[in-house]
Structure formats: structure tokens, C-alpha cells
Design a protein around this ligand. Structure first.
Ligand SMILES: [Zn+2]
Length: 116
């Protein structure tokens, strides 16, 4: 088992963006292109964010960041997520549409029970 340093410091916007790209499966090249950075800069950023998260690998960094809520600040799959899409003037994603349907069905059921 590898010893992992304790996490230190908050991720910068660039570190978060690089990590999000990694989580989505983007290569260093694709990440560099998407963020307008050089490939060495992306590699440096990956190493820096891994250090900050106390991660032993990039995969481990994605996992830790997910658990810490860094990669899921946007909520999906329920009424709150659905409402957030509308607030951002976006089309809700499929996950949120399904969550909203479930929410409305349960609300309808509640209303019917109260009326009975
Ligand atoms: Zn969504």
C-alpha cells in the first residue's frame, strides 16, 4: 500500500478543469486543446492537482475529487437538479428529466391521497 500525503489546498479553476477533462476521459492532448494550454502545462497541472488531493494516480485523483464533491458541484437526477438546469436556461439532461418525472409523480400521489 502506497503512503498518501494528506490533501493540501484548494484546487484552482485550471486544476479543476483539467481534472474534469480527465474524468471525462480526455487525453492530455485533447485537454490541452480544449483549455488552450500546452501539453506540458496540462501534465504539470495534473501532477500538481494529484499532489493537492494526496492522490497516488490520476484515476485516484478523479475518485477522491468525486468523493469530496469537487467534480459534482452540479446536481443531477432529482427535482433540484432539474430546477438548476432551468435556472441556467439549459435543456435538462435525461437524468434530471427522469428525476423530475419521479418527483412529480410522487407529488401527484400525495395530492390525490390528501384529496381522498
Ligand atoms: Zn441534469
Amino acid at each position: 500500500m502506497t503512503r498518501v500525503a494528506a490533501p493540501t489546498g484548494k484546487l484552482t479553476d485550471l486544476e479543476t478543469a483539467v481534472l474534469r477533462c480527465a474524468a471525462e476521459g480526455a487525453t492530455i492532448e485533447a485537454t490541452a486543446r480544449q483549455l488552450g494550454k500546452s501539453m506540458p502545462a496540462v501534465q504539470d497541472t495534473r501532477h500538481r492537482l494529484m499532489g493537492k488531493l494526496g492522490a497516488t494516480s490520476l484515476v485516484n485523483a478523479v475518485h477522491l475529487a468525486w468523493q469530496a464533491g469537487i467534480l459534482r458541484r452540479e446536481r443531477h437526477g432529482d427535482h433540484a437538479g432539474y430546477a438548476a438546469h432551468l435556472y441556467r436556461r439549459e435543456d435538462p439532461c435525461d437524468l434530471c428529466k427522469a428525476g423530475e418525472r419521479k418527483y412529480r409523480n410522487s407529488r401527484r400521489k400525495q395530492t390525490e391521497e390528501q384529496a381522498a
